[in-house]
Design a binder for this molecule. Structure first.
Ligand code: CP
Length: 327
């Protein structure tokens, strides 16, 4: 694995999931793999889970991890080629990235989308500029359109939960695939499509689930990521017999970055959950209580959001190990 931006860089997904779960069972089994190696982590946007879990993962492998909050502590970066830098940007990525490439063996980058310009965001200009100029492997800590460390986490959480037989099986022989539902939820702000795009991309690549996406009209995601999923505007229908329900808000993709609907009826409640197969409820966090997801769900027995967030460490560790081994 040269860089880690999406599921497309993963040669063997089943193997990566197995490795992540092996790190969960034995966090220090490769405690020297990253000896004398440094991970640089650049945050152009806020983070709690990604920042902390990736630092812990690096430490478990013997790496040093250094964080720079570019938005607060660093120089404001320019990404456009041929920019005349007479505005607020102070340093071009053409200088910043190769300098960081001298300091670090792997460079992690978080860059959210503008939600103003779809073609800029969907070209992944920022993270691609780092890949172009850093000269070391680049690890996405969430980019403009995808959040691959989150999606790998989601898959290992689904796999360990499904394999633990905590869920009653629908099929008589117990061998059916899990039904996984990604449902849109209301939110007060226009949010990126990253988590939803990425979740859809990874679940369809995994191929071990009946996968349904449900959202209000006009919230269609980019088909490149949802191909292979069943898509419906009827949330009640989608939730029927679900084994896992993944809650996420996203802003509109076609008429880019808008809020068309904020119908509170789309928020998951215990009444809606009753139609599922006692489904486990997932969310990447942070979550707005009683807007995206109700108290009764988050505080109830079906929520696995903290288990899921805990698994961020093992996903990051498995990916860092792959990047280290490929160097
Ligand atoms: N889920 C997630 O990426 O959390 P943070 O934004 O806190 O890193």
């Amino acid at each position: 694995m040269k860089n880690f931006l999406s599921v497309n860089e993963v040669e063997n997904l089943a193997h990566l999931i197995t490795n992540a779960l092996a790190y969960k069972a034995n966090p220090f089994k490769d405690a020297h793999l990253g000896d004398r190696k440094r991970l640089g982590m650049l945050f152009l946007n806020p983070s709690m889970r990604t920042r902390m879990s990736t630092q812990i993962a690096a430490k478990n492998l013997g790496m040093d991890a250094i964080v720079l909050n570019v938005g607060q502590d660093g120089w404001m970066l320019e990404f456009e080629d041929e920019a005349i830098m007479s505005g607020s940007t102070v340093e071009h990525v053409k200088e910043a990235a190769p300098v960081l490439g001298k300091y670090f063996d792997i460079l992690g980058v978080r860059t959210f989308p503008s939600l103003q310009n779809k073609s800029d965001d969907y070209s992944e200009l920022y993270i691609n500029q780092f890949i172009k100029y850093a000269g070391v492997p680049v690890l996405s800590l969430e980019s403009a359109t995808l959040h691959p460390l989150q999606s790998l986490t989601d898959l290992i959480t689904i796999q360990e939960t499904w394999n633990s037989s905590a869920l009653p099986r629908r099929g008589a022989g117990g061998e059916v695939k899990p039904k996984i539902v990604l449902t849109w939820a209301p939110h007060v702000k226009a949010l990126p499509q990253c988590v939803a795009n990425s979740f859809a991309q990874w679940i369809t690549a995994w191929g071990e689930a009946d996968f349904v996406i449900t959202h209000p009209e006009d919230y269609e995601l980019d088909e490149r990521f949802t191909r292979g999923a069943t898509i419906t505007h009827n949330q009640d229908e989608a939730l029927k017999d679900a084994d896992f329900v993944y809650i996420k808000n996203w802003s509109t993709y076609k008429d880019y970055g808008k809020i068309y609907c904020n119908d509170p009826e789309w928020m998951l409640t215990n009444e809606k959950l009753a139609a599922t197969n006692n489904a486990r409820v997932m969310h990447c966090l942070p979550v707005r209580r009683n807007v995206e997801l109700s108290d009764e769900i988050l505080d109830g027995p079906n929520s696995i959001v903290t288990q899921q967030a805990g698994n961020r460490v093992w996903a990051a560790q498995a990916v860092l190990a792959e990047l280290l081994k490929s160097r």
